[in-house]
Each structure stands twice: as structure tokens, then as C-alpha cells.
Design a protein around this ligand. Structure first.
Ligand code: SF4
Length: 495
């Protein structure tokens, strides 16, 4: 049998950076640990792949593990010889260069020996890497002797609204990309030749670091290749379109940049603050901001899940479902904070109970203070639309929202350690000792992942008490942090 060379995922990795491909073969241990977000993406991809099989009746699955390429090829050939019409996870090896691939769905054109290639993707829109994926798969299957009629990407239909059992025919849509795939074939020929030769080379390829290390995917080897890049560098302050050129001409260190290269706008404030080690304060702008805030203040924060496959009736793919909120209420300046929360500890749709409790707790006067208002305001609009009985009360809450992000995003208050970020996680440690580090759940992504695991039944009953405790502590910290940041603003404005 042909000696195996590169797989589809290695091809995609090599297209982004040949060195990443080489490292993945020769120095795998240099890769950073799989990040939580990557794991979440992987889980989503698996859920989507499983659901997509329901689109075709009577498909057969090549059940071999992903590393059992030869066995998977044999099983695929057996199925094709048996006259099967739809084969999931079909595998092939290119006989002359050893490239190998599996395709989500290999579909026989009725009463013929022609086939359609269908690759399932979790996104709602076609993206360039999808074309590269299928172009490589076409190269392999065509080279292995399959007569390919058409190529498709199966995407998630963002207009689908769940009503009862998931209907795969409506949840997914097929987008034909045959011409785009055919147009790429000479590029695939050349790239596979080059990448195969890089892979057998014993010398690590030389590659400049740059924007490509995060585009289209975050590379696993940044810890290794970016070791000489300071924590805060030109990559934090310049746009993608010009940063590589600036880095190659002037290096990574912001302090070494000539004056004529320094950025403009808010980034100019960041850089000056960093170089001088001084906090930047625009006291009049902060005072103007503070004037719109009135007591009682409701410090409010939501946690959501974003299921690719709608979990509840009346929801769409990737709709953000709020399942938890924290609210600290402060009746007077420097007054005590009273804490309340909502956390849906049931696997049912949390939204109605969420809306009811929100309306119950947020009163009807005073400022509702959030950090990055688009999340809370948009969820509120959706809740008002889906639960009309709460619409006017929720709209009234939205009308009282003030965004605490604004003074930090606009750099009315900026600490040099923020490193060009206005996220609450970047800002909070600059103005308080409060930290997310010792919490059982320390980020919104983790909260999302854990709650999705709960809904999917993946968390044993005896661990649920800890889950509730950790989720509560995390969300409470976000609203407490807002009260601290409001105080920091007041201090800077001498109010
Ligand atoms: S970090 Fe950048 S240069 Fe290094 S392997 Fe990854 S993409 Fe290539």
C-alpha cells in the first residue's frame, strides 16, 4: 500500500505555515495545550457532524478511528462495492503521493458510479478554508479513482427555528462549490508536493512570525516561535494589514518605535501610557459619564450559552441563550451592595424564568450598569420579543442601561498594564486586588462550556453543587468588579 503522507488537517496547517506542519511531525511536544475554546469548537464540530448524518436516510458509517486510515479505506471500498449510496466518514489515499483524507459524506449519484463530496461545517457562511478543505479532499478522492461529479459544503441554516425534534433537512443547507474546487486543483498539486518534501526534511524550516500565526487559525506553536516577542508588542497596537511590515522594519518592542511610526487615536494613548508608565486620565470626560448615572444602581451581568444546534423550541442555531445573571444593587453613593442572582438549575429552556426574575429584581428607577452593553441589550430585546408578557418591563430596563465599558474603551481612564485591552479581565487588576485566578470558573467561556456540559448530562449529579457554587461565584465577581471600577472612575474624577 502507498506510504501515507499528509492528511487534510496537516495540509490546512501547512498552507497556513509550513513550519507548523513540520513541528507537528518532528516536535509535537512544543505545541501548547489544547485551549478550552478549541475543545468547545471540537465538541461543536462533533455535534454538528452527528446531526448532519440525519440529513441522509440509510447512510453507512466508516467507524474506524481517525488514525486507522488504511482500515477506513478498506471499509469505504467495501461499502462502494456493496452498492451503498451514502457513506459517512469515507476515506481514500492518493496512490502516487500518499495524501489521505476522509470526507464527511460521500454520496453516490443515483444509478451511476459518480460521487458527490459533501463536507459538513458548523458555520452558517462559506469561508475560504472550507474551499481548501474540499479541494484537498477532491485531490485525494479523484486521485484514488473516484469520479467526482459535484462538491458541496453543508452549512448550518441560520434561519432555522426549532420546533420539536431537530429537522436535519431544515437545519442544514447545501452550498455547491464544484467550480471553486476545480479551480484550486493545480494549487493543491503544487502545495502537496512542497509540503510532503518539507515534512521529510530533518531541518526545521525557517519562517517569520506574523499575522499568519493567528490567521485563519491560532497556531499551536506560538509559545515556541513567539518567545522573543514581549507581552505587549507592536502586534497589540497596529492593524493586521500593516503590523508585519512594521515588525520587520522596527522590531517588536513598542518602546523602540520611531516617533513617526507610533499609532494614532486611542492606541496613541496606550503607547504613551506604556512608555511613560503613567495612568492616563481624562477627568472631564469621566465626570460627564458619571453624570448620567443615578441611584439605585443595578450592576448587571449575564452568562449565556450559544448552541450551534438549537436546544429549545423557538430558538435558532447559535442564538445566545441567557441562563444566569448576577445583580448587585447599591442604593446610595458608597452604600452597601446587596447581591441577587438567577441561575437556571434545570435542563429546560431558562429564558422565561430568566425574564421573570430580571423584571422582578431590576426595579423601575435608577441606572442599570453593564459592561459591554451589546450582550445584555440584545438578549433583552430577544426576551422582550419572545415573551411579550415581559416586553414593556424589559424595554424599560434597556432604556436605563449605561455601559461601564465606555470610559475604558474610549481611554478616559487607561492604566499601562491594560495592554490595549478594555475587557473587564484586563482592567480590573489595574484598579483592585480582586482576581479571577482562584475561582473554580474564571471566564465566560468556561461558564458556557460547563453549563452546556450540564445540559448535555455530562456532569454527574454529585458534582452539581460545586458547579452551581462556581457559576455563582464567577458571575457575582463580574458585577462586584463593576462596582469597584465605578469607584475607580469616581476617584479619578475626584467625585
Ligand atoms: S507560530 Fe507562526 S511561525 Fe511558528 S509555526 Fe506557528 S504559524 Fe508558523
Amino acid at each position: 500500500m502507498t506510504k501515507l503522507t499528509i492528511s487534510k488537517s496537516q495540509y490546512i496547517k501547512g498552507l497556513q505555515c509550513p513550519k507548523a506542519l513540520w513541528l507537528s511531525r518532528h516536535s509535537k511536544d512544543l505545541a501548547s495545550e489544547v485551549a478550552q475554546t478549541k475543545q468547545a469548537l471540537f465538541d461543536t464540530g462533533r455535534d454538528i457532524g452527528d446531526a448532519a448524518r440525519g440529513y441522509f436516510a440509510n447512510g453507512v458509517l466508516v467507524a474506524n478511528e481517525y488514525w486507522e486510515t488504511e482500515g477506513a479505506v478498506e471499509a469505504t471500498e467495501q461499502y462502494t462495492q456493496n452498492g451503498e449510496g451514502v457513506i459517512f466518514e469515507a476515506a481514500a489515499i492518493h496512490p502516487s503521493n500518499g495524501c489521505h483524507a476522509r470526507i464527511d459524506i460521500l454520496k453516490r449519484v443515483e444509478n451511476s458510479n459518480q460521487w458527490d463530496l459533501i463536507e459538513v461545517k458548523g458555520s452558517t457562511k462559506l469561508k475560504d478554508p472550507h474551499i481548501d478543505d474540499v479541494s484537498f479532499q477532491y485531490h485525494v478522492f479523484n486521485g484514488a479513482g473516484y469520479e467526482i461529479r459535484k462538491c458541496y459544503v453543508m452549512l448550518v441554516n441560520s434561519d432555522y427555528i426549532r420546533n420539536g425534534k431537530i429537522d436535519p433537512q431544515k437545519l442544514f443547507k447545501l452550498e455547491e462549490i464544484t467550480n471553486k474546487v476545480l479551480a484550486k486543483q493545480s494549487e493543491v498539486d503544487t502545495a502537496t508536493r512542497q509540503l510532503n518534501s518539507i515534512l521529510v526534511d530533518q531541518t526545521e524550516p525557517k519562517e517569520l512570525i506574523g499575522v499568519k500565526c493567528s490567521t485563519p487559525f491560532e497556531c499551536d506553536y506560538k509559545n515556541y516561535c513567539w518567545v522573543d516577542v514581549p507581552d505587549y508588542s507592536v502586534y497589540d497596537v497596529f492593524s493586521k494589514s500593516k503590523v508585519d511590515e512594521i515588525a520587520s522594519q522596527h522590531g517588536f518592542d513598542i518602546k523602540a518605535l520611531p516617533d513617526q511610526i507610533k499609532p494614532t487615536g486611542t492606541k496613541a494613548i496606550d503607547v504613551q501610557s506604556y512608555i511613560e508608565g503613567e495612568t492616563h486620565v481624562d477627568a472631564p470626560a469621566i465626570s460627564d459619564f458619571l453624570r448620567q448615572i443615578s441611584y439605585p444602581i443595578y450592576y448587571l451581568d449575564y452568562e449565556t450559552i450559544v448552541p450551534a444546534i438549537p436546544m429549545f423550541d423557538g430558538t435558532k442555531p447559535y442564538q445566545q441563550i441567557p441562563f444566569q445573571f448576577s445583580v448587585h444593587i447599591q442604593h446610595t453613593p458608597n452604600g452597601d451592595l446587596t447581591h441577587h442572582e438567577f441561575l437556571h438549575k434545570d435542563r429546560s429552556d431558562p429564558r422565561r424564568a430568566f425574564a421573570e426574575k430580571l423584571v422582578d429584581l431590576c426595579g423601575d428607577t435608577g441606572t442599570v450598569l453593564v459592561y459591554n452593553q451589546s450582550l445584555e441589550k440584545t438578549r433583552n430585546k430577544e426576551l422582550a420579543q419572545d415573551f411579550p408578557e415581559y416586553a414593556s418591563a424589559i424595554q424599560a430596563i434597556n432604556a436605563r442601561i449605561v455601559d461601564l465599558l465606555e470610559p475604558f474603551r474610549k481611554r478616559w481612564l487607561y492604566h499601562p498594564d491594560q495592554r490595549s485591552s478594555a475587557s473587564i479581565k484586563a482592567v480590573l487588576p489595574c484598579f483592585s486586588d480582586l482576581s479571577y485566578e482562584n475561582l473554580g470558573i474564571g471566564s465566560g467561556e468556561e461558564a458556557m462550556l460547563q453549563y452546556k456540559n450540564f445540559i448535555a448530562g455530562n456532569i454527574p449529579e454529585y458534582e452539581l453543587e460545586d458547579l452551581w457554587k462556581n457559576l455563582s461565584a464567577y458571575c457575582e465577581q463580574d458585577t462586584r468588579a463593576m462596582a469597584i471600577l465605578l469607584d475607580a472612575l469616581k476617584q479619578q474624577a475626584h467625585e
